[in-house]
Every structure is written in structure tokens, then in C-alpha cells.
Design a protein around this ligand. Structure first.
Ligand code: COA
Ligand code: AMP
Length: 644
């Protein structure tokens, strides 16, 4: 790439920061508006910023109806590919429009109007996308909850979002079992203080759920009795959705996304970042329950008039490590987006790439990875086997779209393994130290983003403006604190190293170790506990519990651990992937009583570790090492004598 091209990108980035009104005002031309904005960026209530104030639009109109009106009704909007059920189904934009309008009518019949919340607890089927778009059509706010969460987590979200209606399915399908959603939902509604007026249930052929009289209705019946609903104009600043993500406590944070900023930013990324054109097939192999699913299974591709793939399966085992490549060939996927963990799983099953060789991947132009750090081994393996650019990019539930990446649609920078590449337009990324000063290039600190955040980023937390400020804006005034540490090198490449809080990343999903600890501590035999994230070859990290039992407990440790594993599964859900724990005599702490989780993690992972100067009892850490070795961890750990 030439110096002029780099210059052009730098200028674009500089323009987006210096003159956001102009930059995003231009980007907004890609969206249809009922009413134009009076102001692109409103900073009058900083640190709360609002985009496209005074505007009116409808996100569903932009994602669906607009393409039908433009003559693309026969183009595939969704390809549903489920190796788990042996189904491949194509839904055109016209068909999608009809289904969404009908389902929006069904919601409206149940009293859903602009601003009402609708909770969606569903598997990876097209009806989930239809339900989300139907909410957007009415100006209702959807809150999608990932299927792997337990009733307790669902109940917390019901109480926070207070949905008028819940949309669910009879079941989800995992390779080894049918996941019965409806009994879990019933249990969650029973636990929750807030009760929805109605529940709409999509009955799948694999499992029929029983319905509660006067509250539940079968999806088919609900749409049969409904009239199609038209798109309702909403304010650009009105909320489109709430998406809960792990906080540092057991209470999840409801990230709120608006309509206008979200539509403008996502539409912009499809062309300028992912390099995708209308009509092309974009596949984000994730789940609609995560932010990647919201942004790039549903909204991004549809706003851009692409075809999106809704995949119900796993990268391996459904039926084999060639599934991704079968789908790429069969549906002529141009752009694939997934988490590194999926590639680690494929690489382990098919190190030579024999499955890859069996398929025609000539349509595939690029692979994008996000959700966790891309390890260079996996990234290089993918580059070598696929022979297309493999692009790591850094973002979060909160940011909604890429903060730092390699913008294939604008300029492809040389790849530096281990770096997410450059900050994208709109994102003024800075590295700060504990004194709140910007550090020199190459020095590690906290990755922060200078306010305002660009369109499409979170605008607040649901019903929790103060928590939003305390969580993200308080520690570094004038900045958004990302919760990630890292550095920016001399060439402006962003390197994301680790979280600065108790969040761990398991198979590309974010989990709070604090939330797991709360469950462990509730077991009657546990006096004290800690949860750390230990390295895992496939999932990046997995949680491991360290348990101190109450005096006098003399039951088998194995039995207690089994109960605790079950307790986490029941309280948080299988998604926590909590399967490992060891019993220890005591936990290492500082003199002020802080548990030394970071040092324990280093010991567990066999990294070099130092005795913290503030440790209360230096004998406690070697004890932890010994206990961890019994569970197969801390095998090659090196103790470095000087203190941290
Ligand atoms: N509903 C109910 N249970 C679910 C679920 C859902 N939607 N999704 C996952 N689970 C369950 C799994 O069955 C598993 O349960 P188990 O402990 O009984 O086996 C548990 O939650 C953990 O799931 P997962 O982390 O997905 O592990 P896995 O072993 O099933 O699959 C991978 C491993 C690597 C194949 C898988 O994590 C994967 O495909 N990851 C892709 C990355 C991704 O989608 N990231 C999202 C952000 S981009
Ligand atoms: P989530 O909100 O679940 O998408 O998780 C966001 C977190 O995942 C970030 O704060 C990072 O810790 C991590 N993450 C996401 N993408 C990357 C990446 N490309 N490189 C390093 N870490 C990443």
C-alpha cells in the first residue's frame, strides 16, 4: 500500500474526529429518513451525547422495506442453514417484509407500541430475526437474551427491561440435546417480579411446548389473526434495543442502542470496513444473542441490502470441520465473520485443512475475527489455508461496531500479528495511565476512547444513567474507559492485551468471574472462593474455581465440586462453561484483604510470576500452585523472586 493511501486513511480518521458533524452527516446519506436531523451531534448534555437529533426514521424500513421498494424484493435476505435440523431455507426481502409486517401486527394486537420492551429468548432460526425486526418496525425496544442462560439470568433481565411481551420458541438445539426453552422461560417468569402481558411461542417440530392459558399464544395463531403493521416513524434518538452484558457484579448491564446512530454507523461499516456490496452474502457465524449477532447477523447486512446467513450449528461436529466451507461454497459467501475460538476448534479437527480443500471457496474474499484476542498461530493458519485476508478487529458489546481494525473497504494495512490494526473513523483511541495522562507510544495502559463516542456506540445503560457514568466515564474524565489494557505502537497500531476488570472471555463470550463467585459462595459448604480465567486451547479462557470449605466439612471434595458445577449451570447457565474447581486451604490475599486473582491466574497458566510485595502470607501462593497441579494446571510455572 502506498504512502498516499495511508495518508488518505489518516485524513479520513482525522476528519471524523475534527468534524464529526460533516463526517457522519455524509455517512447518513446511506439511510432513508422521514425527517432530517436538526443537529448531527448534540453535546448539550455531555457526557451524554446524542446523534441525529430531530430526525425521524424507521430501522426496519431501512433494513427491509426500502430494498423491496428499490426492486430487490426477490433477492435473498436470509439464508437459514441448520445442519442440526438438516434445513436450508431462503427468505427473500419480499417474504421477509411480509413476515415481519405480520408479526409486528401480532405484537401490536398484544398491545405493543412505540417504546414498549419485547424480550426475545430464541434460538438461531429466522423467526428470531423476524421478531427483532418486527419490534423495530413498531418502534418497540427488543431485548434479546442468549439461549444458553439459565432462568435466573433471564428473570434478572425480565425485571430490568419489564417487557410487555416475550417472544420465545419451544426449543433450541445443541448437538447433544434439545434445549427446552419454554420450561426455562416459565420458571424465569415465575421468579421475576415483572410479568409480561403475553408470551408468543414458536413451536418447533422437534419439541412442542405447553402453553399457559390466557398468557401464551402459538406464533402461527398469533400471526394468523393479525393484520400487517406499517413502519412507525421513531425519533433518531429513540432506543432500538437493549442488550445485556456482564458487569463486574452479578447484575448485568443493559447496553442501550439508539435508532439513527446505529443505522448510520452499521451501514457505513458494511462498505467501508467489511468491503461488502448490496446483494453479496455476508455470514457472521455467531449467535443473535450476542452483539456480533445483533450488528452483523441482523442489522448490518440487511441495512446494506446484503444476504445474511442464519447458521444453527457448530464449526465442528455438525457434522464435521467442513461445515463452514460447505456453507461458504453452497451460499457463495463473500465475507465470513466469526470468533477465533471457532477457528481453533476447526484447526484442531482439521490441521491440514483437508476439508477446506474439498470446497470451492472462490467467492470468499475475507475472514474477519473478533470477540477475543486472535492468537497469531490461528490467524496465520487461516491465512495460509484460505488464501484471503484474515482481519482481526477489536470491539465490544458497548461499542456496537469495530473500534480498531484493518479497514478492507478503505485501505488494507500490513498485518501485524497480535494487533487489531488502526482505530477506525469516529474512534479517538488513547492509552492512559493511572494518573489519567496519555502515555507515550508503545507504553501499556488503559485503552480509553475520547468522548464523544461515535454513532452506534451505547448511549447509556437501561434505566441506569448513573451506573453508565460510574462504569465507563468516571475514572477517566472526558473518556470512555474500555475495560481493556493495551498499547498503541509507533505506527498507530492498537494492541489489546487483557481486561482490567474481573471479566474473562470464554469462547468469545464475556463472563464475569464475580458473578460466578456469587454462585459459588451461595453453596452451604463454601466459606470463601475465587474464580479465575485459565488458558484453554480452544476457548481462549475457561473459568476455574478455588474453594475454601467451611471448618468441619468432611464430605468428598469431588461431590462438592459436582454440586457446585451444577449450581452454576442452574444459576447462570451452560454458557458459563464452569466445569473446573479445586479445594484449597486458604486464598492468597494482600494485607488489605484483596484476593490475588491475577497472580493465581499466572501460576495456573504456567507463566512467570512474582511474589506480590503486599502479600499477607507468602506461603499461600505455593500452596495454590500445588492444589492447581492436582487439577492439571500450574505445570511449568516459574517463580521469579523479586516482588511485583
Ligand atoms: N442454548 C443453550 N445452550 C447453549 C447454547 C444455546 N444457544 N449455546 C451454547 N450452549 C451450551 C453448549 O451446549 C455447552 O453446553 P455443555 O456444557 O452441556 O456442553 C455450553 O453452553 C458451552 O457452549 P460453547 O461455549 O459454545 O461450547 P461448545 O463446546 O458447545 O462449542 C465452540 C465450542 C468453540 C465450537 C463454540 O464455542 C463456538 O462455535 N464458538 C464460536 C464463537 C462464537 O459464536 N462467538 C460469539 C461471539 S463472535
Ligand atoms: P463482548 O462485549 O462480549 O463482545 O466482549 C468484548 C471484549 O472482548 C473486549 O473488551 C475485549 O476484552 C475482547 N475482545 C474483543 N475483540 C477483541 C480483539 N480483536 N482483540 C482482543 N480482545 C478482543
Amino acid at each position: 500500500m502506498t504512502a498516499e493511501q495511508i495518508d488518505a486513511f489518516d485524513q479520513m480518521h482525522a476528519r471524523s474526529i475534527a468534524d464529526p458533524d460533516r463526517f457522519w452527516g455524509e455517512a447518513a446519506q446511506g439511510i432513508s429518513w422521514y425527517k432530517p436531523w436538526s443537529k448531527v451531534l448534540d453535546d448539550s448534555t455531555a457526557p451524554f451525547y446524542r446523534w441525529f437529533v430531530g430526525s425521524e426514521l424507521n430501522t426496519c424500513y431501512n433494513a427491509v422495506d426500502r430494498h423491496v421498494e428499490a426492486g430487490c424484493g426477490d433477492q435473498a435476505a436470509i439464508i437459514y442453514d441448520s445442519p442440526l435440523t438438516g434445513t436450508v431455507q431462503t427468505i427473500t426481502y419480499s417474504e421477509l417484509q411480509a413476515s415481519v409486517a405480520r408479526f409486528a401486527g401480532a405484537l401490536r394486537l398484544r398491545g405493543v407500541a412505540k417504546g414498549d420492551r419485547v424480550l426475545v429468548y430464541m434460538p438461531m432460526i429466522p423467526q428470531t430475526v423476524i421478531a427483532m425486526l418486527a419490534c423495530a418496525r413498531l418502534g418497540a425496544v427488543h431485548s434479546v437474551v442468549f439461549g444458553g442462560f439459565a432462568p435466573n439470568e433471564l428473570a434478572t433481565r425480565i425485571d430490568d427491561a419489564k417487557p410487555k411481551v416475550i417472544v420465545s420458541a419451544s426449543c433450541g438445539i445443541e448437538p447433544n440435546r434439545i434445549v427446552r426453552y419454554k420450561p426455562m422461560l416459565d420458571c424465569a417468569i415465575e421468579q421475576a417480579k415483572h410479568k409480561p402481558d403475553s408470551v408468543i411461542v414458536y413451536q418447533r417440530s422437534q419439541e412442542r411446548a405447553s402453553l399457559v392459558e390466557d398468557r401464551d399464544v402459538d406464533w402461527e395463531q398469533a400471526v394468523a389473526s393479525a393484520q400487517p403493521a406499517a413502519c412507525v416513524p421513531v425519533k433518531g434518538t429513540d432506543p432500538l434495543y437493549i442488550l445485556y452484558t456482564s458487569g463486574t457484579t452479578g447484575e448485568p448491564k443493559g447496553v442501550v442502542r439508539d435508532n439513527a446512530g446505529h443505522a448510520v454507523a452499521l451501514r457505513w461499516t458494511m462498505e467501508h470496513f467489511y468491503d461488502v456490496q448490496p446483494g453479496e452474502v455476508f455470514w457472521a457465524a455467531s449467535d443473535v444473542g450476542w452483539v456480533v449477532g445483533h450488528s452483523y447477523i441482523v442489522y448490518g447486512p440487511l441495512l446494506a441490502g446484503c444476504t445474511t446467513v442464519v447458521f444453527e450449528g457448530k464449526p465442528v461436529g455438525t457434522p464435521d470441520a467442513g461445515t463452514f466451507w460447505r456453507i461458504v461454497e453452497q451460499h457463495k459467501v463473500t465475507t465470513l465473520f466469526t470468533a477465533p475460538t471457532a477457528f481453533r476448534a476447526i484447526k484442531r479437527e482439521d490441521p491440514q485443512g483437508q476439508h477446506i480443500g474439498k470446497y470451492d471457496l472462490s467467492h470468499l474474499r475475507a475472514l474477519f475475527l473478533a470477540g477475543e484476542r486472535s492468537d497469531p498461530d490461528t490467524l496465520q493458519w487461516a491465512e495460509q489455508k484460505l488464501q484471503v485476508p484474515v482481519i482481526d478487529h477489536w470491539w465490544q458489546t458497548e461499542t456496537g461496531w469495530v473500534v480498531a481494525g484493518n479497514p478492507l473497504g478503505t485501505h488494507l494495512f500490513p498485518v501485524k500479528y497480535g494487533s487489531a490494526t488502526r482505530p477506525m473513523p469516529g474512534w479517538d483511541v488513547q492509552v492512559l495511565d493511572s494518573e489519567q495522562d496519555v502515555v507515550a507510544r508503545g507504553k501499556i495502559g488503559v485503552l480509553c476512547i475520547k468522548l464523544p463516542l461515535p454513532p452506534g456506540a451505547l448511549v447509556t445503560l437501561w434505566n441506569a444513567d448513573l451506573r453508565f457514568q460510574n462504569s465507563y466515564l468516571r475514572a477517566y474524565p472526558g473518556y470512555y474507559e474500555s475495560g481493556d489494557a493495551g498499547f498503541i505502537d509507533e505506527e498507530g497500531y492498537v494492541h489489546v492485551m487483557t481486561r482490567t476488570d474481573d471479566i474473562i472471555n470464554v469462547a468469545g463470550h464475556r463472563l464475569s468471574t464475580g458473578a460466578i463467585e456469587e454462585v459459588l459462595a451461595s453453596h452451604c459448604d463454601v466459606a470463601e472462593c475465587a474464580v479465575i480465567g485459565v488458558a484453554d486451547q480452544i476457548k481462549g479462557q475457561v473459568p476455574l474455581g478455588l474453594l475454601c470449605l467451611k471448618a468441619g466439612v468432611n464430605r468428598s471434595h469431588e461431590e462438592i465440586i459436582k454440586e457446585i458445577v451444577q449450581l452454576v449451570r442452574e444459576n447462570i447457565g451452560p454458557v458459563a462453561d464452569f466445569k473446573r474447581a479445586v479445594v484449597v486451604n486458604r486464598l492468597p490475599k494482600t494485607r488489605s484483604g484483596k484476593i490475588l486473582r491475577g497472580t493465581m491466574q499466572k501460576i495456573a497458566d504456567g507463566q512467570e510470576w512474582k511474589m506480590p510485595a503486599t502479600i499477607d502470607d507468602p506461603g499461600s501462593l505455593p500452596e495454590i500452585g500445588a492444589a492447581l497441579r492436582t487439577a492439571g494446571y500450574a505445570l511449568n510455572t516459574t517463580f521469579v523472586t523479586s516482588s511485583e
